[in-house]
Design a protein. Structure first.
Length: 309
């Protein structure tokens, strides 16, 4: 990579990753899209192509690579075991502090799940126009459609998203404070406190991908979710598990680790109206490896069940 391309990479990588991750919901695949985009950019320069606007060229390349990747990924998700959740993304400076705050809700697991209702081209147009604010003329160039066609696509996409778009408390500080109380109550096994913090129709979403124990489908209702939380944190206490607060996909959450630091799971909370509306729990080891060493959850639970001498 030349010095000029390296400088361009440092400048534009956060933006390209932000687009690719929101398109794909997968960290590793988004990183691959960014890398491939710059490889194609450099090859084009070496072939003598005159690129007057590198940012537009790279954004177009990343968008089209994301579209191709998403089309293939959607076929794989049809046979996915259990509920599919995005790969968790921990707090980062993907767009700098100001950009992260502005776009954090569009990064949330709840929002990315809603985007699954869109086909790939709808998802691209919606994100580029409504989240990243590109004018129709540029969106059209990125996705190789006419501006008028993009307007029609966006109308359909907005209608689909509006129906299930998640709500969040306006204040990040309020979300953080409630999350702190929530995880403290979980660690104490404080049923009364948890009941106050959970919305009556709270939803639990678990993703084990068939590779780690997880709920097979969404669990609804404060009583059922409360019992599950108490059970999980009770097991975690026995195993010496540590729950570390973290900003997960722009929302309050936690990284749960074994005593020796291996990752067990990642939680992301959806908070609105002063209560936890949903908990997203990713246990699938394939979705946690980019964060560090991952624990063998099945082996840990088997150890709990094994009779002591």
């Amino acid at each position: 990579m030349s010095q000029s391309t390296a400088a361009l990479y440092a400048e534009l990588r956060p933006l390209l990753f932000s687009i690719a991750y929101r398109m794909l919901g997968a960290v590793t695949e988004a990183e691959d899209v960014v890398q491939d985009s710059f490889v194609r950019f450099q090859h084009a320069l070496q072939d003598g192509t005159v690129i007057q606007n590198p940012k537009a060229y790279l954004t177009t390349t990343a968008t089209r690579l994301s579209l191709d990747t998403l089309t293939s990924a959607r076929r794989n998700r049809e046979s996915y075991l259990g509920e599919w959740l995005p790969e968790p993304l921990l707090a980062s400076d993907e767009l700098g502090p100001a950009g992260q705050a502005e776009l954090s809700d569009s990064l949330s697991m709840a929002f990315l799940i809603v985007l699954e209702s869109l086909n790939p081209i709808e998802r691209a147009v919606f994100l580029l126009r409504d989240v990243f604010g590109y004018p129709y003329e540029e969106v059209a160039e990125f996705v190789d459609r006419s501006p008028e066609n993009c307007r029609q696509i966006l109308v359909r996409a907005r209608a689909k998203v509006q129906q299930d778009r998640p709500r969040f408390d306006a204040s990040p500080e309020r979300r953080a404070a409630l999350a702190e109380s929530f995880f403290a109550a979980c660690r104490r096994g404080d049923l009364a406190a948890l009941k106050e913090l959970l919305a009556a129709d709270v939803a639990w979403h678990g993703d084990g991908g068939g590779k780690a124990p997880a709920t097979a489908r969404t669990i609804y209702g404060a009583d059922r979710v409360l019992r599950l939380l108490v059970s999980l944190f009770g097991q975690g206490a026995t195993l010496g598990m540590v729950s570390e607060p973290a900003l997960v996909n722009g929302q309050p959450g936690a990284v749960n680790r074994t005593a020796d630091g291996q990752i067990v799971s990642v939680f992301a909370l959806e908070i609105a109206d002063g209560q936890v509306q949903a908990v997203h729990s990713v246990v699938n080891p394939d979705k946690l490896g980019h964060l560090g060493p991952v624990a063998d959850v099945r082996a840990l639970l088997a150890g709990l069940r094994r009779p002591r001498p």
